[in-house]
Ligand binder design. Structure first.
Ligand code: PEP
Ligand code: MN
Length: 343
């Protein structure tokens, strides 16, 4: 439920609404939208809550939502959230193309790939320094030296950097180097991490849990938003199904569903959802055709030598071709404009 206060509502009327709702055992999130307050009401609701709320002084409307999240909902904000990022933006009418290797492996590897994706038209650079690996014997990432290489690649190309923090106590370190903090699929319900990401004040890219419903995903976003950090980017990266021919199944349905439910920007990661470079471009194009705000794609100059996810990484030439096709699809579906980047 989202309560919209009248534009001339007084501070006393707002405070009265908050204490009344809290008295019903609900939690309240007060959002100052400049000229007007909106109040997210979450918790066990009275059957006649809308009527009770609209009878309070200063209340303009009470919008019932049929979902458990509030701050992430369209009722809270009708217009799309647009997150500024180093001279470009994610969301709104922008087309975002995040690209880079799965893992930061070395200085030469990172710089070579960073230059290649920048030249091909990427709008942001990715690369993992802390890697969540299924096996403890697999490469776990370079940690802080990897973050330093990402920062150097940003200096060299002008591309903003997105990289993962795997635990709450890594968030501050990652934020010292990155422009966007990524929360990976396995950590979507690591609530301490979500709180820490909410508090850091940087944009957060929140991947969908590989076994999570859309409601659970938007509730995870709600944790970050509840710290008044509105800079959340959702990332569909495939869910686990019975189909073994791809690593996971890209939930393309989630694109229009999330766009209808939420104002947050949404991108799709076809590299992790398919697990196979042969399918990455087709699914990336489908994502933008379905209304996604962009894609995140793994790119490697020598996929056969990659320390992780080489089999799903595009070579730079194929990636450049994909960027051209993404621009065409975005134009064809009448919307998002490619971002140019100062490099
Ligand atoms: C990644 O993007 O590097 C990654 C590990 O992805 P996911 O969390 O979706 O598996
Ligand atoms: Mn990967």
């Amino acid at each position: 439920m989202v309560v919209i206060m009248r534009k001339d509502a007084t501070a006393r009327q707002v405070a009265n609404l908050v204490s009344t709702v809290e008295g019903w055992g609900c939690s309240v999130h007060l959002v100052d939208q400049g000229e007007q307050y909106k109040v997210g009401v979450i918790g066990k609701e009275h059957p006649d809550i809308a009527a009770r709320l609209t009878s309070l002084d200063g209340v303009d409307a009470a919008l019932p939502g049929n979902h458990p999240f509030s701050l992430a909902s369209r009722e809270m904000q009708v217009r799309d959230t647009c997150i500024p990022l180093n001279g470009t933006a994610i969301g709104g009418d922008c087309l975002t193309v995040i690209a880079g290797p799965c893992s930061v492996e070395s200085r030469s590897q990172m710089l070579e790939i960073a230059h290649a994706v920048a030249e091909a038209g990427a709008t942001a650079l990715r690369g993992g320094a802390f890697k969540p690996r299924t096996s403890p014997y697999s490469f776990q990432g370079l940690a802080e030296p990897g973050l330093e290489l990402l920062a150097e690649a940003r200096e060299a190309t002008g591309l903003p950097v997105i990289t993962e923090a795997m635990s709450a106590d890594q968030v501050r370190l990652v934020a010292n180097y990155a422009d966007v903090v990524q929360i990976g699929t396995r950590n979507m319900q690591n609530f301490q991490l979500l709180h820490a990401a909410g508090e850091i004040g940087l944009p957060v890219l929140l991947k969908r849990g590989l076994m999570s419903t859309i409601d659970e995903w938007l509730l995870a976003a709600e944790y970050i938003l509840s710290h008044q950090n509105w800079q959340v980017i959702l990332c569909e990266r495939g869910i686990r199904t019975f189909e073994p021919s791809t690593r996971n199944t890209t939930d393309i349905n989630a694109v229009p569903v999330v766009k209808r439910l939420s104002h947050l920007p949404l991108i799709v990661d076809p590299s992790h959802s398919t697990g196979d470079w042969h399918y990455v471009s087709a699914v990336a194009l489908a994502a933008v055709a379905a209304g996604a705000d962009g894609v995140m794609v793994e790119v490697h100059t020598h996929p056969d030598q990659a320390r992780s996810d080489g089999g799903q990484s595009l070579k730079p030439e194929r990636f450049a071709e994909l960027v051209r096709q993404l621009h065409q699809v975005a134009e064809a579906v009448g919307g998002r404009v490619p971002q140019s980047h100062a490099s």
